[in-house]
Design a protein around this ligand. Structure first.
Ligand code: AMP
Ligand code: MG
Length: 424
């Protein structure tokens, strides 16, 4: 168990450099490598499995498509019987529809009218699209510029019988539901969802409906945390506000660890007089690390209480959201059993506003991204970048990601932007 550093080394949000802080990438890699997915699986009908993680491979018992079929509306015939160097007429001996195949034999000099998705009739392996055919009564004239095998989708082109159609660890999105349905499978085995408990710490916090006395504020973090967790499809346990008393914080940790797979707290994580979170974590569990070189969002404590993962996020409302997306969300993906996480979507944009920045930390400033008339992306920083100004997060539609060594950004510079779409 690593004890947090002593008060003599208390971090300050004002420190531009902090040699003990981990880089964000290193912190996330360390967290993810320490996580094993939640145990337990359940079988769900296909629709209910949207957003869940496959617990085992889905193996196909059938070919998809089950029969070789036409990719276009046109005329089917044998490729060997195509016209050689000048147009030639064929007898049209029937029609093949999707769901209503033509079952007769197609001899040389004959063809069959065929619709998209219809099985190729016996003896046919080629489709000539209707735009390239001159039809007169029961006769169709084809030109010489066609290739044997064209416009045909072979049986098993999508998936062959016995193939692993989807691997365990896949997060099921719309395409996956469709793919599983195409195999005729109506139920899948998925991992249990991890249950996430969260609470706020702070004597100053009051709930909605309470009257604020001097120095008190409404607790907003439990609402943004609720939103972010529910958007991930995770079940949540809102454990309310815990006062800044050692015994209360300790009891809350122990209670949460009994019922949840992960615990998220906000506030009380730095080493101020009333900040018990890191201390308590060290006493009742373990602290793996508690400083990441990012802004907003330091300090962030990561550790365990019993079998539960523990994330102690800062109290400032913007810091809670930035650290959730950058640190907690990838960790929860691992806990959910996802075998891979898509890389962050980062785009380059011209920054129309100047941005303040000191070297030393990776910064996630809040920005408003749009597309200029010339098709290029442009971004503006939101007016207030303070870690307590939740409005900056509400107005923004992206993070402007500024590298550790970056200093102030003059207007007109190219910056890297992480859109909220895809992140939230
Ligand atoms: P702390 O990390 O506890 O020192 O809190 C940092 C700042 O965030 C202080 O201004 C707190 O009042 C504020 N804060 C902490 N928790 C919350 C919360 N749940 N909702 C809104 N503001 C909070
Ligand atoms: Mg506090």
């Amino acid at each position: 168990m690593n004890r947090p550093e002593t008060e003599a080394h208390a971090p300050s949000c004002m420190d531009p450099h902090d040699s003990e802080a981990l880089s964000l990438d290193e912190a996330v890699a360390r967290i993810r490598s320490s996580i094993t997915p939640v145990p337990g699986t359940e079988t769900l009908d296909l629709r209910s499995a949207l957003g869940r993680v496959l617990a085992q491979n889905v193996v196909s018992a059938v070919d998809v498509p089950p029969h070789t079929n036409s990719a276009m509306d046109g005329y089917a015939l044998s490729g060997a019987d195509l016209p050689q160097d000048r147009p030639r007429s064929y007898a049209v001996i029937g029609t093949a529809w999707a769901g209503r195949p033509f079952t007769g034999t197609v001899d040389p000099g004959q063809c069959v009218r065929i619709m998209t998705g219809a099985p190729l009739p016996p003896g046919c392996d080629t489709v000539v699209i209707q735009e390239h055919v001159t039809r007169e009564g029961d006769s169709a004239t084809l030109g010489p510029d066609n290739k044997a095998g064209q416009h045909v989708r072979p049986a098993g082109e999508d998936i062959s019988a016995g193939d692993i159609a989807l691997a365990g660890g896949t997060l099921l999105r719309s395409a996956h539901l469709g793919l599983i349905a195409s195999l005729g499978i109506g139920e899948v085995r998925v991992r249990r969802l991890p249950v996430i408990a969260f609470f706020s710490t702070g004597d100053e916090l009051r709930g909605i409906g309470e009257t604020l006395a001097d120095g008190q504020i409404y607790d907003s973090n439990r609402y943004s945390l609720f939103g972010m967790l529910r958007r991930m499809g995770l079940p949540v346990l809102d454990m309310g506000v815990i006062r800044d008393r050692r015994e209360d914080v300790e009891q809350a940790f122990l209670d949460a660890s009994q019922v949840a797979d992960a615990i998220i707290t906000s506030g009380g994580v730095s080493v101020g007089e009333a900040d018990f979170v890191t201390d308590t974590l060290a006493r009742v569990g373990s602290v793996d690390f508690w400083k990441i070189a990012m802004k907003p969002g330091r300090p962030v404590a990561f550790g365990h209480v019993g079998d539960a993962l523990f994330f102690g996020l800062p109290g400032n409302p913007v810091s809670v959201m930035a650290t959730f997306y950058q640190v907690v969300q990838p960790a929860l993906h691992s806990l959910m059993g996802l075998d891979r996480t898509d890389p962050p979507i980062l785009i380059r944009a011209i920054c129309e506003t100047g941005l303040r920045k000191k070297a030393g930390r990776l910064e996630f400033q809040r920005g408003i991204l749009s597309r200029g008339a010339d098709g290029h992306y442009v971004v503006r920083g939101t007016d207030h970048q303070g870690a307590g100004v939740l409005r900056s997060m509400a107005e923004a539609n992206c993070f402007i990601v500024l590298p550790i060594d970056q200093e102030k950004v003059p207007a007109g510079s190219t910056v890297t932007v992480q859109p909220f779409a895809g992140l939230v």
